[in-house]
Every structure is written in structure tokens, then in C-alpha cells.
Design a protein around this ligand. Structure first.
Ligand code: GLY
Length: 345
């Protein structure tokens, strides 16, 4: 084992290969928290886990709850602090298992095995774990870095087109905010999902290395699209998947950027055209926005860690690959909410 302190934010050892081969390297006292659906779709993976404890979980925002923490903790009293916990699934499994790994006997070794493109690009990197409380997303969270991340291509092969879109949106977010050159290259020639995964992971890893605990106004860039993305996710009762919510949230951030004079219109248009949520994105946005009262939105924004009710602290684009944090007056987003975001001119 290369890591000393469980949960340390040193870069995880990345291993690529078939899951059944990698699973042979798991210590006998490992506990694998696995998305039930992944186990069903991949009998070979399930078989490879026959010698270790498996805790099947139903993926989705509902699993990120205090109730899950208590239920799981009650079933793990006999598991020692030298155990290795494995998060086998997408972002919601990774998020809740990150918290469990952090809290179990004050912290155990963690391995992330992202099974969605979105988790591969985002939540499996940088050690964030969280659960929701009430309607507030990620209200309680921890930093608990993984010792290893396994990238197993067979899991990505069974993704639906909608799941692929979520991952692609996240990857486009990385290049739009962090790397104008790659954005232009990708715009000219759409990358394969494998290339997109590799390049976007590299960008996120560099950000996390510079600002692991989001204290230096660097990691905050990853929140591009999250301010309104989280609001929309919550307003949908979490039926809108996280990646798609951030995709819509990015449109909001672009509009706010243009309205405040931070984002040149040409940049905003280039990003909107490149995002793989067209052509339905604006209609989806209007559907959620038009039936919601401003007061409800203000409450959700105030509860969000990134904002206060009067002025939103938002990541806005200054150019392709260049961004800054701006304080946005409430009147700006309220005007957009009542107008173009609701589908009214
Ligand atoms: N998903 C945002 C972050 O990892 O900081």
C-alpha cells in the first residue's frame, strides 16, 4: 500500500484495466459498496467480488442521506479501521461512500471505481464526499481522498446515451473554463469519450493539486454552472440528473456573464453551441423555471454554500479557458429568471 493516512488528498494511484483483474488485488477485509444496477449489468464483476463483503446500494440522490449513513454504519460494526472501502458506481455512490469512508472508525482507505463517464471526469477526483439534508444538496460533506482510482472500460460500455451526455457536459465544462486550446480543438473535431475522459481528468487533477481544499479561489472554478444547476436539480425533486442540471446551470452562468458584461457574447455563443445538451436545453430550462416562484429560488440560493441571498458568488467566463469569480446582484438573475430563462423574451 502506498498511502499512509487514509483519506489523504495526495493524487490517487490510477489503474486502468478489467475490473475482475483489478479486484484480485483487493485485501480480504475490503467492503465494496456497489450500485445494484452495475452488479446486475456486469455478472463478471459480481463474481469477482465473491470473496469480499459487498453492500449493494440503489444509486441516485436519495442514497445521499443521513439515513443511509446510519443504516450502513449499523451494519459495519465488525469492520476494522484497516479495511479498504470501495465505491463501485456513479457520482451518488461515490459521494456517500466518501463520507462513510471518512467517518468509519475515523477514516479508512478508499478506492473509487467510477462506472459512469460523469463520475470518471468529476466526482472520483479530488476527494469530495457529501450527503444532502432536506432539499439542500451536499449540505454535509467531507474531503476524503481515494488511495486508488480504477478506470474499467467495460463499465463505460454499458452506459446509456443520456448518461454519456452527462459526462460529456462535465468534460466540456472543464475545457470551456480551463483550456481554450482544447475547447477549440474539440469544437473542430468531437473527441471520443475515452479521450474526453483522459483530457478532462487531467484538467481537474491539476486544479485539485493546486487547491485541494477549495481555499485559494482555484478549485472554485469547478463550480461553473453549479449555482443554478443545484437550484434546478432541487426544483426538479432530483429527477433532473446532476450532469444535466449542471448543463442547464452553465447556460445560466453564461447568460449572467453576458448580462454583467463579464462574458463576451461570442464566447457565450461558442460554449452554448458546443455543449452536448442541445437542442432541448433551453426548453428544459424554461419548463423548470417558469413554474417556480422567485422566493423559493432565493431560499435555495441562500442555502447553497456558494451564495448568499443578496449577491451570488458565481464563476463566470471572461474568455474560453479564462474565468473569474464575480459577485452578482440578485436583480440580475431575477431579471433573467422572469424573462429568457422562463422562455419569455
Ligand atoms: N465537483 C466539484 C469539485 O470537485 O470541486
Amino acid at each position: 500500500m502506498t498511502d499512509s493516512l487514509p483519506g489523504s488528498l495526495a493524487p490517487a494511484r490510477e489503474r486502468t484495466g478489467a475490473f475482475d483483474a483489478l479486484a484480485k488485488t483487493l485485501p480480504a477485509d475490503s467492503v465494496v459498496f456497489a450500485d445494484r444496477k452495475v452488479l446486475r449489468l456486469h455478472p463478471k464483476a459480481r463474481k469477482a467480488l465473491s470473496k469480499v463483503r459487498v453492500v449493494p446500494l440503489a444509486a441516485g440522490e436519495a442514497i445521499k442521506s443521513l439515513g443511509t449513513l446510519e443504516r450502513v454504519a449499523r451494519s459495519l460494526h465488525d469492520v476494522s479501521r484497516s479495511a479498504t472501502f470501495v465505491a463501485l458506481g456513479g457520482g451518488t455512490i461515490g459521494d456517500v461512500v466518501g463520507v462513510i469512508a471518512h467517518l468509519h472508525k475515523r477514516g479508512v482507505r478508499l478506492i473509487h471505481v467510477p462506472t459512469t463517464l460523469l463520475a470518471g471526469v468529476d466526482s472520483s477526483i479530488g476527494g469530495k464526499g457529501a450527503v444532502n439534508v432536506g432539499t439542500v444538496k451536499n449540505a454535509l460533506g467531507v474531503f476524503h481522498g481515494a488511495a486508488e482510482t480504477w478506470l474499467c472500460p467495460e463499465f463505460f460500455e454499458t452506459l446509456t446515451e443520456a448518461q454519456r451526455r452527462e459526462g460529456r457536459l462535465e468534460a466540456w465544462k472543464m475545457v470551456a473554463t480551463l483550456d481554450g486550446g482544447t475547447f477549440r480543438r474539440w469544437s473542430l473535431r468531437t473527441p471520443s469519450d475515452a479521450a474526453l475522459l483522459r483530457e478532462a481528468r487531467g484538467l481537474k487533477e491539476a486544479v485539485v493539486r493546486t487547491d485541494p481544499f477549495e481555499r485559494k479561489d482555484v478549485r472554485v472554478v469547478l463550480n461553473f454552472g453549479h449555482t443554478f444547476g443545484h437550484v434546478l436539480e432541487s426544483l426538479s425533486g432530483y429527477t433532473l440528473p446532476h450532469g444535466d442540471a449542471v448543463g442547464l446551470g452553465m447556460l445560466c452562468a453564461l447568460d449572467v456573464g453576458v448580462a454583467t458584461g463579464v462574458t463576451p457574447r461570442g464566447v457565450s455563443e461558442a460554449v452554448e453551441v458546443a455543449l452536448p445538451n442541445r437542442p432541448r436545453a433551453r426548453t428544459e430550462l424554461a419548463k423548470l423555471v417558469s413554474k417556480t416562484k422567485l422566493a423559493k429560488v432565493a431560499t435555495l440560493l441562500a442555502a447553497d454554500k456558494k451564495s448568499s441571498a443578496k449577491a451570488l458568488r458565481m464563476v463566470l467566463l471572461e474568455d474560453l479557458g479564462r474565468w473569474r469569480v464575480a459577485n452578482v446582484d440578485a436583480s440580475v438573475w431575477q431579471r433573467l429568471w422572469k424573462g429568457p430563462w422562463s422562455g419569455r423574451a
